[in-house]
Write a protein that binds this ligand. Structure first.
Ligand code: AMP
Length: 281
């Protein structure tokens, strides 16, 4: 695996590889890698001649300074994992390299409804930061195929919209959520949980499985309320539990029993905010 820190060097290397007719798969990350990230790398390396990953903890997508300061960093382990799982190129830029003119983005991405609900509502500015960094990374790497995870359901929709509105010719491949044996969705932030918090964290996927089992057409607010009450009783602070249409993320209070839906959760275990989601039908 070749590690690049400079945009120019990476771009010209990829340009040469593309001239040889190689297909490029790209899986961007913020590091502290786990099997969820690695599943994206494996997907990419089975379908592309060249797999590129990046590790960059992007300051502009953190709406909470403490969350940014405490974001886990495990670079040596990450490099080892990437190398063992078929990654060909790792891009690891500094903040200065990515944002030589500072963080202000002259572009505003029109995400309309997507920015007003769920993560958009609870993390103001987050998706603008995500678009800023993903747009920049995509213009540097110029992949044919982009690999992202369903774990960040709304982010997948945002990135698809970004690609559509900026007319980039990139296929998006969404990988399913990789979970721990007890059901907890893998996340870099899980590393920040102490033993007690880690035990409680399993309740997040439990309530999603519960919703999946119990959901019936008609009024669904009471089911959501039961889920929120269950988590709150465990001392878990709930930002939201929502049930929304799977394709447009319209938050529902009633379900017709037919349209594809997804349950989404965002909670705090003390300081650590975790999200998860599950397709329901
Ligand atoms: P992050 O490093 O958290 O920014 O995530 C980088 C990519 O890995 C994103 O596309 C995530 O959606 C994806 N990802 C994170 N956790 C998981 C997981 N448990 N399963 C599958 N993909 C994941």
């Amino acid at each position: 695996m070749i590690v690049f820190k400079k945009i120019k060097e990476l771009s010209s290397f990829i340009e040469e590889e593309k001239k040889k007719g190689k297909s490029i798969g790209f899986a961007p990350t913020m590091g502290a890698l786990h099997d969820g990230h690695i599943s994206l790398i494996i997907n990419s390396s089975t379908s592309n001649r060249l797999t590129v990953s990046s590790i960059f903890v992007n300051p502009t997508q953190f709406n909470n300074a403490n969350d940014f300061d405490k974001y886990p960093i495990t670079i040596e382990k990450d490099i080892d994992l990437l190398e063992k799982n078929g990654c060909d190129i790792l891009f690891m830029p500094t903040v200065k390299e990515m944002y030589p003119n500072g963080f202000v983005n002259p572009l505003h991405y029109n995400l309309s409804y997507l920015e007003t609900v769920l993560e958009g509502k609870y993390r103001p500015g987050h998706f603008q930061g995500v678009c800023q960094v993903v747009h920049r990374l995509l213009s540097i790497v110029q992949p044919h195929n982009l690999y992202i995870g369903q774990k960040d359901y709304q982010q997948c929709m945002v990135i698809k919209k970004l690609i559509e509105t900026t007319h980039l010719n990139i296929n998006v491949i969404i990988g399913s959520t990789v979970r721990e044996l007890d059901g907890l969705a893998m996340s870099s932030r899980n590393m920040r949980l102490n033993n007690e918090e880690r035990k409680k964290a399993v309740k997040i996927s439990e309530v999603l499985f519960f919703i999946k089992k119990e959901i019936k057409s008609g009024y669904i607010e009471d089911l959501k309320e039961r889920a929120v009450n269950y988590l709150s009783a465990q001392g878990i602070k709930v930002d939201y539990i929502a049930i929304a249409t799977a394709d447009t993320l319209e938050v529902l209070e009633n379900w017709d029993g037919k349209c594809p839906i997804v349950a989404l959760a965002a909670v705090y275990l003390n300081e650590v905010r975790l999200i998860d989601n599950m397709l329901l039908n």
